[in-house]
Design a protein around this ligand. Structure first.
Ligand SMILES: Nc1ncnc2c1ncn2[C@@H]1O[C@H](COP(=O)(O)OP(=O)(O)OP(=O)(O)O)[C@@H](O)[C@H]1O
Ligand SMILES: [Mg+2]
Length: 233
């Protein structure tokens, strides 16, 4: 917080707008007056601007913000409702990774996860439908972490553990988002939040699951800055 305040205080601009849960705490450390913008308002306005900049024209869509936790909204023209949320989010990745691997640097965790090595930990549909054709794709997850009881060979690597944690979070937030889309008859889900930063596996899973259900997924390139972009408007 102090480092962030120092950085802002060093900027030449006197026009400062802040948003988010720690906006009040940050404003007390700033020399100049800052405009405080409510978080949802700022985020949605920033998303609209980033959508236009990145060449999308969307009117009705589900917005899934995977921060420390996850919040899910329906945007329809100028209207906005918060639809759902889950405590499963980026903080869950950080917490479970720390518990299971001891790692606590985000970059280390997201880099290790990229290999998507989940076969020894997750129970897949094809594990259940041995020898017969499953009714849904065999490589879908039947149970996150559900294959551990059959683990017979060797210790699990940090690659396997981090992939499986990211997989569980990505699948959970996508399933909740898909249900929200169904409820509001929306055809597009826009995903934002820092949990997608430099996390290829997270992005791949979310895109695959969303598209598998016939919906359009948009991962904004600069989605983690939606709140800041919207606060400036
Ligand atoms: N450099 C980083 N250091 C720590 N976490 C990071 C980093 N980059 C991405 N992350 C991920 O982003 C998550 C936080 O996302 P974000 O900053 O969008 O959340 P937030 O806005 O603070 O939380 P919320 O939206 O739930 O209020 C972390 O839990 C972690 O998974
Ligand atoms: Mg946030």
């Amino acid at each position: 917080m102090n480092a962030a305040a120092e950085w802002v205080n060093d900027q030449a601009s006197s026009h400062i707008a802040i948003t988010g849960g720690k906006a009040g705490a940050l404003s007390q450390l700033l020399k100049a007056n800052a405009i405080m913008v409510p978080e949802f308002e700022a985020t949605i306005s920033g998303v609209q601007q980033l959508l236009l900049e990145e060449g999308h024209s969307q009117d009705s869509y589900i917005l899934t913000n995977v921060g420390t936790g996850t919040s899910i909204h329906h945007i329809n023209g100028g209207q906005h409702v918060r639809v759902a949320g889950t405590g499963v989010g980026g903080g869950t990745i950080m917490g479970l990774a720390k518990l299971l691997t001891g790692l606590d640097e985000y970059e280390d965790i997201s880099n290790l996860a990229t290999g998507n090595k989940r076969d020894r930990i997750d129970l897949k549909v094809h594990h259940i439908y041995e020898g017969t054709e499953p009714p849904i794709p065999g490589d879908l997850t039947a149970s996150n972490f559900g294959n551990l009881r059959d683990l017979s060979s060797g210790n699990l690597s940090n690659e396997e553990l981090t992939s499986t944690i990211v997989g569980m979070v990505a699948e959970t937030i996508t399933v909740v988002s898909l249900q929200a889309a169904q409820q509001f008859n929306a055809k597009t889900i826009v995903y934002i939040g820092s949990t997608f930063s430099n996390n290829q596996l997270m992005k791949d899973i979310v895109i695959r699951y969303t598209n598998m259900y016939g919906l359009n997924s948009i991962l904004l390139k600069h989605g983690e800055f939606s709140g800041a972009v919207g606060a400036m408007q």
